[in-house]
Design a protein around this ligand. Structure first.
Ligand SMILES: [Zn+2]
Ligand SMILES: [Zn+2]
Length: 280
C-alpha cells in the first residue's frame, strides 16, 4: 500500500500514513505536552499544500536565514539555515517548503547537516531530507517521534559539528531535547527550553520554562539544574526557538530565570525581565 505525508492542521506536525485513508490521530497532539484540537483532527495531504501555503524567508542575522509558512500552518514553526564554508546546517524546519523556497535554499548552498531540537521543531524536516539528502541528526531519546523521516545519525548527549558548532542535550521539555550552539554568531538554538514573551514591538519582555506549555506542567528541579548547566557553557548573546529569534536573550538572562525559579519556587508563569535583573 502506498504511503504519503499528512500535516495535522492543529499542530503542523507531519505523519507518514497510508494514502488511501487519513491518520487515526496526531501523535504530537495526543501527547500530554500539547492540546487536542477543539473538534476533531483534520489533515492536509502534501499534495494539497502547494497553492494553499507559501514559504517566506529572511536573513535574520548575516548568514542566518529564517523560513516560515503563510498562512500559519499549525503552531507555525520556523526553520533556520546557518551558512558555513564546510556546508550549511539547517536546524528546525518550517511546516512546508514550496518550490520557491527550495530554489532559495539551493541558491544559499543547500543543506549538509540537518537537525532539530525536539518534535515541535520538526516541521517539514522530511521535505528538506528529500530535497537535499543531508546527514540527519536527532538525539537518540527522541527517535520514537521521527516516523515521518529517517534519522541517519542518532546522537548521544554531546555532538560536535565541525569546530564551531556543538549540540548538547537539554532534556526537560522533551527527553531528547537538544540545543545547538553557533559559536561564530553566539546564538543558542535551545528548542522550547525557554518560552519568550514579546511586547507589541517584538522586544522580549518575559521568560518562562515549561515541561508542557498547554497544561502548565513545570519542570523538575533537576531538569532546571541541567538547563542551567548547559546555558552556563556558552556565552550566548541571542537565542533561537523553533518559533522565533530572541534578540538579546543572553546567557545572563537565561541563567537568571533558572536561579529565580529555584529561589521563588518552580512555576510556569512568565517572569518579567525586569524581575530577573537582580539575578543577572
Ligand atoms: Zn497535531
Ligand atoms: Zn516544544
Amino acid at each position: 500500500m502506498a504511503l504519503t505525508h499528512y500535516a495535522c492542521t492543529h499542530c503542523g506536525g507531519w505523519i507518514l500514513w497510508f494514502d488511501s485513508r487519513e491518520p487515526v490521530a496526531c501523535p504530537n497532539c495526543t501527547d500530554v505536552r500539547n492540546a487536542l484540537p477543539q473538534e476533531d483532527f483534520t489533515y492536509l495531504p502534501i499534495g494539497e499544500a502547494p497553492g494553499q501555503f507559501s514559504t517566506q524567508w529572511q536573513e535574520t542575522l548575516p548568514g542566518l536565514w529564517e523560513f516560515w509558512t503563510t498562512p500559519q500552518l499549525g503552531l507555525g514553526s520556523h526553520g533556520w539555515l546557518l551558512q558555513r564554508d564546510e556546508g550549511n546546517i539547517a536546524f528546525e524546519a518550517a511546516p512546508f517548503y514550496d518550490e520557491a523556497s527550495r530554489r532559495q535554499l539551493a541558491v544559499l548552498g543547500g543543506i549538509r547537516v540537518l537537525a532539530a531540537s525536539h518534535p515541535h521543531g520538526y516541521g517539514a524536516l522530511w521535505q528538506l531530507q528529500k530535497f537535499f539528502d543531508p546527514e540527519l541528526i536527532i538525539h537518540k531519546d527522541d527517535l520514537k517521534y521521527t516516523k515521518a523521516f529517517r534519522v541517519n545519525h542518532p546522537i548521544d548527549d554531546f555532538h560536535a559539528i565541525g569546530a564551531e558548532h556543538e549540540m548538547l542535550r537539554l532534556g526537560g521539555h522533551y527527553e531528547g531535547q537538544t540545543a545547538l550552539y553557533d559559536h561564530p554568531r553566539r546564538i543558542l538554538f535551545l528548542g522550547d527550553a525557554l518560552k519568550i514573551d514579546f511586547d507589541a514591538a517584538g522586544v522580549p519582555v518575559a521568560l518562562s520554562c515549561h515541561k508542557g506549555y498547554h497544561y502548565a506542567i513545570p519542570l523538575t528541579r533537576d531538569e532546571l539544574l541541567h538547563y542551567r548547566e548547559v546555558f552556563g557553557r556558552f556565552d550566548f548573546a541571542h537565542v533561537c526557538t523553533p518559533f522565533e529569534f530572541g534578540r538579546g536573550v543572553n546567557q545572563a538572562l537565561a541563567t537568571a530565570l533558572i536561579d529565580y525559579l529555584l529561589t521563588h519556587g518552580i512555576h510556569t508563569s512568565p517572569v518579567p525581565l525586569t524581575s530577573l535583573q537582580a539575578y543577572v
